[in-house]
Design a protein around this ligand. Structure first.
Ligand SMILES: *[C@@H]1O[C@H](CO)[C@@H](O)[C@H](O)[C@H]1NC(C)=O
Ligand SMILES: *[C@@H]1O[C@H](CO)[C@@H](O)[C@H](O)[C@H]1NC(C)=O
Ligand SMILES: *[C@@H]1O[C@H](CO)[C@@H](O)[C@H](O)[C@H]1NC(C)=O
Ligand SMILES: [Zn+2]
Length: 729
């Protein structure tokens, strides 16, 4: 029998699932005592190159309220050609096409190795993918030039049959008609007045795809399209020209003013255009923003430069004039897009805030990307945008459209369903379960709890697909089998699941309350939930909570509201490994004393003769210790006799490149040294074990002191332990 760590790794590999507990307590009371809930991190489209999709459709349980999919956990009567649903116990007849099945001739979905399986839906038309570009033109020439080049590049990466459209905006909003003969034409809208779908439909003369068009198979000659959304293969030359000719917004901007930017109406028109023409079809609205919306619905700041955009301080003082109204505007757009299965991506590239706080729901509700950079002329933006179009070995995009997730749980008989819209192979969701059995009526011993995840989506090939993951865990009585429940604990998954809960609270409640809540959970954990008598939390878990507490996901004072929204958005969608790095960055040391090694995220790791490589997910930082920095300044690396120093300098650079090549979004790359201004990024992450309060321990060899008001991990732990003892009832 495999050990629990092996079992956890196998399950993650095969099903993309990690549970906080891999043996479940059999009653509600016991479950609530365990502090960490029974919960799962689930990656619906985890890459499984070894799993070719099967070319038929799933067999469903006939009970209307269940509709669970036939799976390896179902009991099958081969002679009577019946199967019993393992969620609602309904007995179902196999469909006629399964007449030939027997013990030795089982369909794939009954084999244990197919606990995750993907079906291709044969019915219905193959729908084209739709990409609608929404482009801000109020930006510096350098940014606009770089953005235009990126957009032109992206056209060459789209499948020839994909439909594309272009909306540009500044003071006005322009919807470009594509594929008209000769001169380019566009419809111009005021940026101060919102339009509902019906008004837009009339003004643009739009018609929904007719019933016959929607149902029959599409031929290459007459794909679904309209004047605003045309197949790439037909108009890519003309659109490339059109993009090339884009100019900065021509309206003059007077001294001391911001440009008038009609972002809210532009996005509304984009949502409305797709709503009218391609409801329930995979579509991406890609929004490129060079600054905040300054007029019309969705404006987040006025056009007077002397009045800055809202800060956390303003929000706290209820002094963020536009925030609520703007948020409402974007929420309503996000809801409409989500209803139609459409994705909204936001690429915000500007030095100042652009309103991500107000707009975050657009990416959140629709599974869209949110990318933040200082400028469009940065590799952060360019590389990240290019990576959106990454293809798998079959040549398909690694993005899924119009996705929904359904979860079926044993016992409840019901299901929960969510619209996700956009998914990629790393998108990871957190699901929290409740054990509902009462203490006096626990689930019978020896039983297994099952959960089925049904993910339906539009594959980038146009096919509709259904991925089904069915997984089960043992129930156990927490009184008598405490050891086996405790042994099944997945501390990494639990840490991220608790962190997601904390971030959720931070988004919806006041700051200090969240930290207090987190500390209460920690105290309960330190005290031990009765699971691990005497030991309580393991050291590495408290370290993690210490870093979570200080992380930008919970602490906002060092970040703008936009930055907080951005960091939290990434944290909420990345997989477990990436999320762990975000909270507890990884630190590697390079020196002449041996091969590179991971070192503690602690100020004592900062030594003069070391180079450090820190990965925070958002940043890849190389820090040269004092002596190394001096040698580098003196140019030792260029002298043949110090070739080993040259290699030492190069090693972290090579390792950083590897990380930069694979990550999405692309991280910020920082090269700094002892005393460098950017060294603050490192100093703000390490545990301040040596602060100026206990500087007597500071010497040449013992690491760098940190200027901070933060308490160190040691002080934090001591405090927690005291609280745990004093509050123990
Ligand atoms: C973009 O940045 C690069 C390097 O920073 C610079 O050489 C280039 O001229 C910039 N592009 C534009 C259009 O200004
Ligand atoms: C593309 O542009 C050319 C030259 O301006 C024009 O003749 C042609 O009609 C355009 N084609 C489409 C499909 O718009
Ligand atoms: C969307 O926002 C909610 C509420 O803050 C959060 O719990 C969820 O994880 C977010 N999802 C994504 C994909 O950002
Ligand atoms: Zn059923």
């Amino acid at each position: 029998m495999a050990t629990f760590p092996e079992y956890i790794a196998q399950n993650e590999e095969r099903d993309g699932v990690r549970f906080s507990w891999n043996v479940w307590p059999s009653s509600r009371l016991e479950a609530t005592r365990m502090v960490v809930p029974v919960a799962a991190l689930f990656t619906p489209l985890k890459e499984r190159p070894d799993l070719p999709p099967i070319q038929y459709e799933p067999v469903l349980c006939s009970r209307a309220t269940c509709r669970a999919v036939l799976n390896p956990l179902c009991q099958v009567d081969y002679r009577a050609k019946l199967w019993a649903c393992n969620f609602c116990y309904q007995r179902n007849q196999f469909p006629p096409s399964y007449a030939g099945i027997s013990e030795v001739n089982q369909p794939a979905e009954l084999l244990p190795q197919f606990s995750t399986i993907e079906y291709v839906v044969q019915r219905g038309p193959q729908m084209p993918l739709v990409f609608l570009y929404v482009v801000d033109t109020c930006m510096e020439d350098e940014d606009l030039q770089a953005l235009k080049e990126s957009l032109q590049m992206s056209l060459s990466l789209l499948p020839p049959t994909a439909l594309v459209g272009l909306i540009t905006f500044g003071r006005m909003v322009q919807v470009h008609e594509l594929g008209c003969e000769g001169i380019s034409k566009s419809y111009v809208f005021r940026g101060t007045k919102d339009l509902n779908a019906k008004q837009l439909q009339e003004m643009l003369g739009l018609t929904k795809p007719s019933a016959t068009q929607g149902r029959g198979p599409q031929t290459a000659q007459q794909p679904l399209s309209n004047r605003f959304l045309q197949p790439v293969q037909k108009i890519d030359m003309n659109l490339t020209d059109l993009l090339g000719e884009l100019q900065r917004d021509p309206w003059p901007v007077t001294q001391g003013k911001r440009p008038l930017r009609s972002l809210g109406v532009a996005m509304s028109i984009a949502v409305g255009l797709l709503e009218c023409t391609f409801p329930n079809t995979g579509a991406r609205i890609m929004t490129f923003i060079g600054g905040p919306a300054t007029q019309g619905p969705g404006m987040v700041v006025g056009d007077e430069l002397k009045t800055p955009i809202r800060s956390w301080h303003d929000i706290e003082k209820d002094n963020a004039k536009f925030m609520k109204k703007a948020t409402k505007h974007y929420e309503s757009l996000a809801n409409r897009a989500s209803t139609n299965g459409h994705i909204i991506d936001i690429y915000a590239c500007a030095l100042d805030q652009t309103g991500l706080l107000e707009m975050k729901c657009c990416a959140n509700y629709t599974g869209g990307y949110m990318v933040m950079a200082d400028s469009f002329n940065t590799s952060l933006f360019k590389q990240t945008f290019q990576r959106v179009f990454t293809k798998d070995v079959q040549g398909s995009f690694k993005m899924a459209f119009a996705a929904t997730l359904e979860v079926k749980e044993i016992g409840t008989g019901g299901t929960c369903q969510w619209k996700i819209c956009g998914l990629d192979p790393s998108t990871t969701l957190a699901l929290y379960f409740e054990v509902v059995n009462q203490h006096n009526a626990p689930i019978p011993q020896g039983g297994r709890g099952a959960i089925q995840f049904v993910t339906q989506y539009q594959h980038s090939s146009g096919q509709r697909r259904i991925r089904v993951t069915t997984t089960a865990r043992n129930w156990a009585d927490a009184q008598t089998q405490i050891q086996s429940i405790a042994a099944s604990f997945d501390q990494e998954a639990a840490a991220i699941l608790m962190a997601r809960l904390a971030v959720y609270r931070a988004e919806t409640e006041e700051g200090p309350d969240v930290l207090r809540w987190l500390d209460r959970q920690l105290i309960r954990l330190v005290r031990g939930p009765g699971l691990k008598p005497g030991s309580g939390l393991r050291g590495s878990e408290t370290d993690f909570m210490f870093h979570l507490r200080r992380s930008p996901f919970l602490q906002v004072f060092n970040n703008s509201p936009d930055e907080s929204s951005y960091y939290r958005h990434q944290f909420n969608r990345q997989d477990l490994t990436q999320a762990l790095i975000m909270i507890q960055p990884v630190l590697y040391a390079y020196s002449f004393n041996g091969p590179p090694e991971p070192v503690l995220l602690d100020s004592s790791s900062i030594l003069p003769d070391r180079i450090l490589l820190m990965d925070t997910f958002f940043q890849i930082l190389i820090y040269h210790g004092e002596t190394v920095a001096q040698w580098r300044k003196a140019g030792y690396q260029d002298m043949p006799e110090y070739e080993n120093f040259k290699h030492l300098l190069q090693a972290p650079v090579d390792d950083a490149q590897e990380l930069l090549h694979t990550r999405f979004p692309m991280p910020r790359y920082i090269d700094t040294e002892h005393g460098g201004s950017q060294a603050r990024f490192l100093l703000s992450k390490v545990n301040p074990s040596q602060t100026h309060n206990n500087m007597y321990a500071w010497g040449q060899e013992s690491g760098a002191p940190i200027l901070t008001d933060d308490v160190s991990l040691q002080v934090f732990m001591d405090h927690l332990k005291k609280l745990a003892v004093s509050s123990a009832a």
